[in-house]
Write a protein that binds this ligand. Sequence first.
Ligand code: ZN
Ligand code: ZN
Ligand code: ZN
Length: 180
Amino acid sequence: MNDDNTTDEGLPQEPEPKDSLPEAPEEKCPKCGSLLGPIVETKSGKQLRRCSTGSWNSETRQNEGCDFVKWLTVPPKELDEKCPKCGSPLVLMVTRFGKKAKKCSTNQWDPKEKKATGCDFIEWIGGKTEELDEDCPQCGEKLVMFTTANGKRLKKCSTNKWDPEQKMAVGCDFVEWQNN
Ligand SMILES: [Zn+2]
Ligand SMILES: [Zn+2]
Ligand SMILES: [Zn+2]
């Protein structure tokens, strides 16, 4: 009979919420003791929580109140697929434009060196963009060839970008659908 409280499994694993933004657990600001605000996503797809007493003033471009910011790391989702280049598992990543790609899990961003390290395999899911050596007839910037998820192709201006803050496309609106 062994009824003491030790287990062989160590610390209990917290269930990780999948797919949707995780519900923010109640957490206190280490600077001022107020509760942290909800999880917000930056333009570059990073997630952070600000102190609830602090807020970003977009006019003065300064933080008002408590300036504590907690950056969250968003772990990429590991896929049940192997990298065709090196055999490591692939992970699913989502860019700030909401595009998805499979990339090699050995590929990491090295913030010190400011470059990617590891295997460079990447496969875009549902649409990809290639740079073209053609100038936009509207503004003279370069065109890109965009292939949609269902295989349709269109040329569009490289200055045309999705602005997630304004939730609208910005830049030159030249688009030319390809009939192939
Ligand atoms: Zn605070
Ligand atoms: Zn690889
Ligand atoms: Zn253009």
